[in-house]
Write a protein that binds this ligand. Sequence first.
Ligand code: NAD
Length: 482
Amino acid sequence: MNTLTELVVGSIIDGKEIRGNGRSTQEVQNPYNGEVIGKIECATKEDVEHAINTAESVFHETMKKMPAYQRSDILRKTADLLEVQAEEFIRILALEAGKPIREGRIEVDRAIQVLRFASEGAKNIYGEQIPLDSAIGGENQIGISKRYPVGVVVAITPFNFPLNLVLHKIAPALAAGNTVVLKPAEKTPLTVAMFYKLLEKAGLPKGALNIVMGPGSELGEFLITDSRVKKITFTGSGPVGWKIKEMAGTKKVTLELGSNAPNIIFNDANLDDCIPSLIKGGFTFAGQACVSVQRLYVQRDIFPLLVKRLVEETGKLQVGDPLESSTVIGPLISESEAIRAEAWIQEAVEQGAKVVIGGKRKNTLMEPTILVDVNHQMRVVCQEVFAPIMTVIPFDTEEEVINFANDSDYGLQAGVFTQDISRALRLADVLETGGVWINQTSLMRYDHIPYGGVKLSGTGKEGVKYAIEDMTELKFIGINLK
Ligand code: NAD
């Protein structure tokens, strides 16, 4: 394939880059200044077919026969190569996703860890010995269970973590001995194209990973309905995810979707610890994270103090060019997204909300914004805002705040700040989310924890070990010794 000096990328199928023959193209823009930084040549229906054919034959001929230590080696070598080339990846993340350098560095470091977890995971895919004589008549028989790769995995990924969320799918899939057809977000395809070279260099067989470039709205159906695909793993917006599940028929499906994460601050919380976490939780990557702090519930007696301190800290955040090392908040992915976020703020203000800081937009740059006097009917509260906007709501009692937090269609992660461990654990039990952090915000994620939502936030879990489980089938083998 071409190098990224050309910045034109096609699909990569069976180790070859597929370009030309009148394939349609789509520009990749730097969201900070609108400059065109590259182009993709979009896959056709026939290309998708070719990618699935290849993935299926490479699964049967190569990947399912490859010993675990080899799969593990490829992933470990890829991690080492990524470590060496980290700076190039940080730069491309800034250019195509508008990700500030400091956050790009975190994403690349996490991606290296995901590869290393997967390298270890490949060697730790265990089954069980089952005591058959627990059942009447089970004497003199042996039962074992073993995990087998499912086969062809389709992975569809969003723009906001163009490297790490791709790796949360392809690294466990390859660790388990599957093959993959990946459709990355069309707004951020360059990082993945560059990453493919590392896998190739680390020894991944051709056709074990195939990448189809282009809009999901056009390619999705071919990927999702093909009966040779055994598992679909999707991260992205809710409506798309649930439609995929409907179309997927009998295939296994994992959906990692959006949220409007609740974070609860009781009056005994250590504010010196929680204020920096909340700022990070609400404004990292300009709020474009599925677990961003969006609904902040604060016990009434500390409400004025907490809002004052949040405003002070928010005022210090530098908004601007993601390539500047001092920038904390870069652009939103597109101007239309920034216009939408601004309109949601305006709408909330018309319904009685007050902007205590921020609220304005210049092109794709949105000021970090804090809103008070909001209610649960406003879109900035009840829908996923996906922009640097935090809403702050006072509460009086534990019971009331549990009802507030659970009054949502979503349920990905929540944060609870209190010094009272009994109260924290009571909340952990009743909050309707896939994960709860105590004295940490909803934004927190380590790459080996079970991660995934309930309600409209999704189904299934990621986190390397859990994704490997989902990408394998457990088979029972019984042996009669009589
Ligand atoms: P998106 O749903 O617009 O796109 C995600 C991917 O789906 C892209 O590759 C896109 O091309 C593809 N797609 C679009 N329409 C499709 C269709 N009809 N069939 C198949 N594929 C299709 O999402 P986005 O704007 O790229 O990402 C933002 C969303 O992702 C937010 O809602 C965010 O919360 C969510 N997200 C969730 C997690 C999580 O782990 N839960 C992590 C990151 C992002």
